[in-house]
Design a protein around this ligand. Structure first.
Ligand code: KPL
Length: 293
């Protein structure tokens, strides 16, 4: 299969590495330095000598593939829309973003739009290398009623990189949103790894409160979602969340797409409102420090 992967971050590199073992993969990136490095060195799995040859191109040169994964963060999706609109409405596009605010926009792009969530831990160690820090799965669901998700699963699935088909895309994204709305801001705020959320009794209490409020908005069962959040925190215990990494690196975080999405749904979420303000304040301070140092 010919697969396009848009985004040269940790998730894009991880997918390019594994899917490139069995398919013809083209990785689309923003910077020409990264393009040149990937074309020269392939995409390596950090800490191993396992490298896969992958073709890299710049995002503005996006062309047709059997399937294209969009692995950029929500913050970069808006800027990508003109390129995606040009690619045509028959392209199979799979969006792997945290949050849910993008659904209406992406649905209009093609008659074959899918969404996915990744439960892998991944750390970008260089422009051409990614460390697989937590083995998980990628769940995919179609936004259309009639779709070929099952056939696609057979083609994508591999032992060390499994895919699971989900029937209800909204439910799948809502469950992931709860996990992200609990783990990401708390780990970023208190500068801890995902596993410490369960070990520190004070952070643990905040996590419970955030989970309860998120479940109220999204109409999910609290006990089931808390169990799921604990499972993810345990499976990725040694990792730093993407929000922790973004804020530490003075990059804009996904707080708007995650907590901001919940707050836009209702104005009665006191713990999320507080955490949102605290993350905004932290981002502001980090960026000020970044500019000066
Ligand atoms: O998706 C994640 C993220 O960091 O964005 C989790 C599941 C919290 C893993 O770190």
């Amino acid at each position: 299969m010919e697969i396009g992967i848009i985004g040269g971050g940790a998730v894009g590199l991880l997918m390019a590495h594994y899917l490139g073992k069995r398919n013809k993969v083209t990785l689309y990136v923003r910077r020409s330095e990264q393009m040149e490095l990937v074309n020269e060195l392939g995409v390596g799995l950090g800490g191993t000598s396992d490298t896969v040859k992958v073709e890299a191109r710049l995002i503005e040169d996006l062309s047709h593939h059997d399937l294209t994964f969009v692995c950029v963060k929500q913050n970069h999706l808006k800027g990508l829309m003109p390129v995606l609109e040009e690619i045509g409405d028959e392209e199979t596009l799979v969006f792997l973003q945290n949050g849910m605010g993008h659904l209406e926009r992406i649905r209009k792009l093609s008659s074959a739009v899918m969404v996915g969530v990744t439960e892998h831990g991944a750390l970008k160690t260089a422009d051409y290398s990614v460390r697989h820090t937590g083995k998980g799965v990628i769940r995919l669901a179609s936004m259309e009623k009639s779709s070929n998700v099952d056939r696609l699963m057979e083609q994508l699935n591999q032992d060390h990189f499994p895919f699971i088909a989900e029937r209800d895309y909204y439910h799948m994204l809502a469950k992931k949103l709860v996990v992200n709305a609990v783990i990401n801001p708390l780990t970023a705020l208190f500068e801890v790894r995902n596993g410490q959320l369960l070990e520190n009794p004070f952070i643990h209490d905040l996590a419970l409160g955030l989970c309860r409020e998120a479940c109220q908005v999204l109409k999910l069962d609290f006990a089931a979602e808390w169990e799921n959040t604990e499972r993810v925190a345990r499976a990725t215990a040694a990792n730093y969340s993407s929000m922790y990494k973004d804020i530490s690196a003075c990059r804009p975080s996904e707080i708007e797409a995650i907590t901001g999405y919940l707050l836009a749904e209702t104005d009665t979420l006191p713990i999320h409102s507080f955490i949102y303000q605290a993350i905004k304040a932290k981002e502001f301070e980090r960026r000020k420090e970044g500019h000066h140092g």
